[in-house]
Design a protein around this ligand. Structure first.
Ligand SMILES: [Zn+2]
Length: 232
């Protein structure tokens, strides 16, 4: 092939590959945003779209930690170079009234400065015995940071045993910025252990695990093609 023709082909291939990856990351997230708006505008008309706290899909090890609509999944992208580390389950108003339950038994920690988050250590990963994992629950406070975490778990709590289904708190809209609250929801993710018995930084996508096998649903971007995301 002559050089200019080769360069042109390479450029076309690069553009196609780029478009494919943009579609994979942005396409799914954008369509999920539209569906979320549809749900939010008329939640009662979309009762079939929600999952129920305490219920379980088939033989999945985890129960659903809260009532609501699974609006975003792991791997969704809200801005360039960002991938969502978990799932977002959107309850209905009023704020601070939709219970959040422990999805699996473990030992709860709430760091001294955590207003809206708890993390539960699971010593034996039910799907990979021998490995320790951590379950992270957040946005359990109002926009000003008034906590909706259950009184059993004051700031500074460490290694408090919790059963599956134990009340952890209530859905909130805390984002860290009072002028920019997120919609009422629970963000739920599985965080890797650092190998020394501590949880890794949840804000980094690679420190989290896919939720799909633990909840028995397609909860990875690209995998979550069917709608709504509820048990078959
Ligand atoms: Zn989230």
């Amino acid at each position: 092939m002559r050089r200019p023709a080769f360069l042109l082909s390479a450029l076309v291939v690069a553009l196609l590959v780029g478009a494919y990856f943009a579609w994979r990351t942005w396409g799914g997230s954008a369509s999920r945003l539209l569906r979320l708006r549809e749900y939010m505008s008329e939640p009662d008309a979309h009762g079939g779209w929600i999952v129920r706290a305490g219920s379980r899909c088939g033989t999945a090890p985890f129960i659903f930690p809260t009532d609501g609509y699974i609006g975003f999944v792991r791997g969704d992208s809200f801005r360039p170079l960002h991938r969502h580390q978990g799932i977002d389950i959107f309850g209905q108003p009023p704020l601070g009234k939709t219970p959040v339950l422990s999805a699996y038994p473990g030992y709860l920690t709430r760091l001294a400065d955590w207003k809206s988050s708890v993390i539960v250590r699971v010593p034996q990963d039910p799907l990979q015995p021998g490995r320790q994992i951590w379950l992270y629950y957040t946005h359990m406070a109002d926009e000003s940071g008034n906590s909706f975490i259950a009184p059993d778990f004051p700031a500074g709590s460490q290694e408090v045993p919790v059963a599956a289904g134990a009340l952890l708190g209530y859905q909130g809209d805390y984002s860290g910025d009072p002028d920019n609250p997120v919609g009422i929801h629970l963000h739920f993710s599985i965080v890797r252990d650092d190998g020394l018995g501590r949880f890794r930084n949840e804000l980094e996508f690679d420190n989290t695990l896919p939720l799909s096998p633990y909840l028995g649903l397609p909860l990875e971007s690209g995998e979550a093609k069917t709608w709504p995301i509820v048990c078959p």
